[in-house]
Ligand binder design. Sequence first.
Ligand SMILES: [Zn+2]
Length: 283
Amino acid sequence: MSSWKIGGVTVTKITELEAVGDTELMLPQATPQEVRRAAWLSPRFATEDGLLRTSIHAFAVVTPARRIIVDTGLGNAKQGRPVPAWNGLDTPFLHDLAEAGFPPATVDTVLCTHLHIDHAGWDTTWTDGAWVPTFPNARHLFAQPEFAHAEAAQGHGTAELFADSVRPLMDAGLVDLVATDEQIAPEVRLVPTAGHTPGHVSVLIESRGERALITGDFIHHPVQLAFPEWTSAGDHDPARAVETRLRMLDELARTGTLMIGTHFPGPTAGYVDRDGEAFRLVT
Ligand SMILES: [Zn+2]
């Protein structure tokens, strides 16, 4: 289990699934031959053969006043997902979350960077024949434009996600729609990073002069520091996604902000350094 201190705030990673390779959908341009050109990725972020290591995890963010979970992965027992391996999962994620100090009832806020199937799945749990909120005492925050887009969306499993993981929260009165730059707590604020989805947000943490950013999917893998123009097959607006990624990487490099990657494996966090025309992750 990895965790980081940003001033008075603690961020802890709780892993749901890790994988090697099989990244044709996530990053179609990331052929082994191309990946091997960025030698610094091996062995922690890619194998020596050029296969990418990936991760699906949640972050628990503890501030002096709030206990926040950022993104909730795939969830157990979900069906109708377009990735076969993501249906009918039975992982110990909730057990691991509790072991890490976060029994679901103690969480007061659930933040979602965007409404894709690997980011809101644990918002509900199949209990007594129904999907019920996993975090019954938490406000569930969605950026308003993201929510509106997902509510109308078809395909990529978003309609299924909305039905089994979001609608039950609405029925229970647990949803708050917020601005894409909403201040969540004195130390935590959303940052708009549209492109991958129309209302995508990242999560900026600032405390005692220290800064960290939880990326969400404006970047999927450290290989995109070396190749920022590589897009995901899941990008809603690929050109805008590239523009956002370049803007954010430049800002992270200039401000010395710790980047905590939502799908980054291994050390998961690092600092962004310029590397010629591109960047590299320093851990
Ligand atoms: Zn994702």
